[in-house]
Design a binder for this molecule. Structure first.
Ligand SMILES: [Fe+2]
Length: 386
């Protein structure tokens, strides 16, 4: 086994993992000296009661809060800016985010513009956020985005209908309170899409040219956990053991991708998610098989390791058969998640593809893909998933 010896920096926030971790929100808010918390959440999470659980803890800790919940799937630039206005109007000094990836990313966006000024669109790209954010406590309610441990935030630019990535260690939350119970209220579809998003994070981090021994460890562990537990979680939504395994898979994948970055699946998904307005994990799930096939010849040994961890191959299996085994395993997992590859039904049309390919080429996630594609390659890949 060879070990990558080039310098690699790994940044992971403080996090607490386990049942009732969210009950610690009062203590952490007190530690940050909170006078008034901006509680960022959405209507779905309010309906499922998780926001109220957090409010009760804040009240018990004598911490005032103001709730901002005008957030939609694939959070929009104007939702971030409205949240910033609300933060200042209410006189907040700490942010607590309770929700899935959209809520956590919007909270990060609010925190960025609160301390750095301007418009959230000014921060697209890598290392554009210079000033520290107000304290940010994240409580994830999905097992997938890992925005609670990552240095990524994805926001929709409504002027271009494109999702853009903000990548900066400045936006890593101060603490994540990761309580697997919060994921028990996800429906089947959301469980599948968020779980497959986490799987893509792990695959892309492991395949990334910025991989490291530490990110590899987490990526391989996440891949194994997700393959072993996602279908069971979908079929047994109240089983906390499966939910915890998926949450652990998501955290591990998050640690991996936050530090090794991502690849072509995410670059193409970001481009598409702004236009089709479908869940991020749905875009990823449909793209993943084609892109593993496309990337395979650049890093066959890395994909062999993944296939090995999943118990799919023997030491003497040829590269060709490693790819076949891995491809079959991914397609079988998608099938068990009731996903049939094809984005035409969500409105992906051939004439939109050149524009999507341009957006994907401009996405920072493409820089760490093991193979740098030309525009025609990306067009062909989009066409393969219509
Ligand atoms: Fe993702």
């Amino acid at each position: 086994m060879s070990i990558e010896l080039s310098i690699r920096k790994v940044v992971i926030p403080e996090f607490v993992f386990g049942l009732d971790a969210l009950n610690l929100v009062g203590k952490y808010a007190q530690n940050f000296g909170a006078k008034r918390v901006l509680l960022v959440t959405d209507e779905g999470i309010i309906k499922h009661g998780w926001t109220e659980r957090v409010c009760n803890v804040l009240r018990d800790s004598h911490i005032a809060y103001s709730t901002y919940s005008d957030i939609t799937q694939n959070p929009k630039d104007f939702e971030v800016m409205q949240g910033m206005d609300f933060y200042f109007t209410e006189g907040c000094d700490v942010i607590v985010a309770v929700g899935g990836g959209s809520v956590l990313d919007c909270a990060k966006g609010i925190a960025i513009v609160v301390s750095n000024g301007g418009n959230i669109r000014d921060y697209e790209g890598v290392d554009k956020v210079t000033k520290p954010m107000p304290p940010l406590i994240c409580i994830p309610t999905t097992a997938g985005s890992s925005a609670d441990v990552s240095q990524f935030a994805i926001i929709t630019d409504t002027s271009r209908d494109v999702k853009f990535a903000i990548i900066s260690k400045t936006i890593i939350p101060d603490v994540a309170l990761i309580d697997p119970q919060t994921t028990t209220t996800m429906d089947k579809e959301l469980t599948a899409y968020t779980g497959l998003d986490a799987l893509c994070h792990a695959f892309e981090a492991y395949a990334s040219v910025a991989n490291s021994p530490i990110t590899d460890l987490h990526a391989l562990y996440a891949i194994k956990l997700i393959f072993d537990n996602l279908p069971h979680t979908i079929n047994n939504p109240d089983d906390i053991t499966y939910r915890a395994a998926m949450m652990l898979g998501s955290v591990s994948a998050g640690i991996a991708f936050s530090n090794a970055s991502l690849g072509l699946v995410h670059a193409m998904a970001h481009a598409m998610g702004g236009l089709l307005k479908i869940p991020h994990g749905c875009c990823n799930a449909h793209l993943m098989p084609s892109i593993v096939r496309y990337n395979f010849d650049a890093i066959p040994e890395r994909y062999r390791q993944i296939a090995n961890v999943l118990g799919l191959i023997q030491p003497d299996t040829s590269d060709e058969n490693v790819l076949k085994a891995l491809d079959a395993a991914i397609l079988q997992l998608l099938q068990r998640c009731e996903i049939e590859v094809g984005l035409g039904r969500y409105g992906l049309q051939k004439d939109a593809i050149p524009r999507l390919a341009d957006a994907a080429l401009n996405d920072p996630c493409i820089a760490t893909n093991p193979k740098i594609p030309k525009k025609d390659d990306i067009i062909h890949l989009y066409e393969s998933v219509i």
